[in-house]
Design a protein around this ligand. Structure first.
Ligand SMILES: Nc1nc2c([nH]c(=O)n2[C@@H]2O[C@H](COP(=O)(O)OP(=O)(O)OP(=O)(O)O)[C@@H](O)[C@H]2O)c(=O)[nH]1
Length: 155
């Protein structure tokens, strides 16, 4: 269950459901990899992680001192074995989960080198709208709406 407050997407009751309404924000870099045919990459969250098996856009948490682009470059190398070209900052959201309060920095990526390798036991799929895979991680759902809006604006 997810609901949108003025600025925050609250999922499964958020931190308040854990008696922790105030928490530090975890910064997360996320890549929307768009192929030449316009399809975009979704990966499933690996076994053992919170929301395991849910589909998301690949990425991960910033480490100390990293920029969003540096974190995204490192995460996609570690998780997928690819070296990305420029990361184009796109949209940010704040998502309040029971397990964490996260700020998601979504970047579009059009260029990368290397063959995709699923190094963490995850699955992957190149999708177009409307996506057929499920379940989609609540924090990734707004991205599908933004992509839909962009596609409508092009038509
Ligand atoms: N990668 C990614 N994370 C997302 C998306 N949407 C979303 O809410 N998140 C949240 O952002 C956080 C990312 O953390 P993560 O656990 O994937 O990051 P990580 O690879 O650095 O994890 P670790 O170092 O704990 O293993 C999670 O709380 C996850 O639920 C998304 O589309 N992609």
């Amino acid at each position: 269950m997810a609901r949108m407050t003025s600025e925050t997407l609250v999922v499964d009751g958020g931190g308040a459901a854990q008696g922790q309404p105030v928490r530090p924000v975890t910064e997360v870099a996320v890549g929307v990899l768009v192929g030449r045919d316009g399809r975009f990459l979704l990966t499933s969250r690996p076994p053992g992680k919170v929301y395991a098996g849910y589909w998301e856009f690949p990425g991960g948490k910033l480490e100390a001192g990293e920029t969003v682009e540096q974190a995204l470059r490192r995460e996609l190398q570690e998780e997928l074995g690819i070296s990305i070209g420029p990361a184009h900052p796109w949209r940010d959201t704040l998502v309040d989960y029971p397990h964490a309060l996260v700020r998601l920095h979504f970047c579009k990526v059009f260029d990368w080198v290397g063959e995709l390798q699923m190094r963490e036991g995850q699955q992957h799929i190149w999708e177009h709208l409307p996506v057929g895979c499920e379940p989609v991680l609540p924090g990734a759902i707004p991205v599908l709406a933004w992509l839909t809006e962009e596609a409508a604006a092009r038509d």
